[in-house]
Write a protein that binds this ligand. Structure first.
Ligand code: C5P
Length: 214
């Protein structure tokens, strides 16, 4: 029997990661944060003193990616997010990790019967066959607020204008790139979380996913 696939796409700081983790725990599915793959590639290039917009350097990092070399703290910084969106705009980088994501989706670890994957192109490119697709959005102001709270909670020094500029630049790069741009799949349910808290987002999504996989 093939695995049940739940695709959660959306913009940076829209709350999709929190949602995806909670859905995976609720349905006892595996969870893959596809953004962490791009973040790891970006950080790998930076660690070598390279430039994440350089295709040759980024493709080499993607082809030799060892995710065990990175802690969550290494990957969750703003700098890692910016580097991720730079390497993610390079088509050969995306190609290098496409099969890994598809294999994970179709054969989740630990014999789980389903998987939740979050990213930008899961419903459109990686798993167009996903049974449930949610596209999560929120206004820029709300996302700036959420990201500032998240960074402060980690003790990072936060400059609001910088966070706003980084998010805007990432949105523009993620939506404007030629390959696998961020956009809702035609059959995705679009959820604007601007006026919702995390519990409300989870409850609505849980019901939606349950209706799709019943
Ligand atoms: O979701 P997260 O903020 O961790 O993603 C970091 C960056 O990785 C995004 O801004 C985007 O450029 C890239 N990404 C992508 N496709 C995905 C997941 C992430 O291009 N499926």
């Amino acid at each position: 029997m093939s695995a049940i696939i739940v695709a959660i796409d959306g913009s940076a700081a829209s709350g999709k990661g929190t949602l995806a983790k909670r859905l995976a725990a609720h349905f006892d599915f595996a969870y893959l944060d596809s953004g962490s793959l791009y973040r790891a590639i970006g950080v790998a290039v930076l660690r070598k003193g390279g430039d994440p917009t350089n295709a040759a350097q980024s493709v080499a990092a993607a082809q030799t990616l060892d995710i065990a070399q990175f802690t969550p703290a290494d990957l969750r910084t703003e700098a890692a997010g910016v580097a991720a969106s730079q390497v993610a705009a390079i088509p050969a980088v995306r190609a290098a990790i496409l099969q890994f994501q598809r294999d994970y989706a179709h054969t989740p670890p630990q014999g789980k019967k389903g998987v939740v994957i979050d990213g930008r192109d899961i419903g459109t490119v990686v798993c167009p066959d996903a049974q449930a697709k949610i596209f999560v959005s929120a206004s820029l102001d709300v996302r700036v607020d959420r990201r500032i709270k998240e960074l402060r909670a980690k003790g990072e020094l936060v400059i609001e204008a910088r966070v706003r500029a980084d998010l805007e630049a990432r949105d523009a790069r993620d939506s404007g790139r030629s390959v696998a741009p961020m956009k809702p799949a035609e059959d995705a349910w679009q959820l604007d979380t601007s006026a919702l808290n995390a519990d409300e987002v989870f409850d609505l999504s849980r019901k939606f996913v349950a209706s799709k996989i019943a």
